[in-house]
Write a protein that binds this ligand. Sequence first.
Ligand SMILES: [Fe+2]
Length: 323
Amino acid sequence: MKRRDFIKNTTITALSASVITPLAAMASENVTHFESDDLSPSASLKDEFNVHFMAIGDWGRNGEYDQTEVARQMGLWGAANPNDFVISVGDNFYPLGVISENDPLFHYSFENIYTAHSLQCNWYPVLGNHDWGADPLAQVRYSKVSRRWNMPSLYYKKEFSLGKTDKVLMLMIDTDPMLHDDKKQQVEEQMVWINEQLKNAGADVKWKMIIGHHPYYTVGPRIKNYDTLTIREKLAGIFEKYKIDVYLSGHDHSLQHLKPEGYTHQFISGAGSELTPVTSGIPYSKFEASEHGFMYFAINSNKLHVKAINMAGKVLYETTLTK
Ligand SMILES: [Fe+2]
């Protein structure tokens, strides 16, 4: 017998004795879990909702301006509450985006900040104005570097199941080009795409959400500036025509829930690091806070529940939209 065959046969014999026999003995018992199941306590958290996510915006500041403290609270929240993914509403990397998928800012402002186990879920980002400063497509390419960073293109669609029959549709859009006249062609292409997705939405789509960086209403510093008025002019008609339930954005650095005239609710979750002030007493504002924090959404067929949470973990505001 050659040496190689001897080793092979000896190994098989040893395996038979030490592994195969115990496995055979176990075969008669019920299998309770596969190895790939997540057995951590947070994985078994359940409530009446089918889809849960945190939304964070305007965060990428190397941990400064309380970015690290907000990230820590998101980690604690995700460990104590059911959570499926995180949406980033843009301005992911200040001051000028990233230059490539190897840019160190991915480590300084993302990987080494959002470190909690509960935040190792899928992240679905959109881009903000600051992200357009260097190479916007580098954030798309980073999806091939980081397992949790999921950005297939500058704008894209996600659908999530709400039980057996219903779905929530989310369009992740790229609002910054809408503010620049020299990008008319690419904006036109995106608008065609947005209209197509909404026109072709299935009858099983119970909730429609659009996620972009710039708000179409705000009670922050940009209440009447060019950005807000331009985005309103571009998107308000679409929101009304297709009965968009929620428009979720950032850009102003605060937490807000606004209900302007029309069908759509505007939520702003732009308090991931630096803060800017808000104005109280605006009739269409249901809630506004210039506090560091994030939002938490929980959705089922009949309810869309939203919480605004500050970096101390205090629920500042909560509301439920119903159908
Ligand atoms: Fe912004």
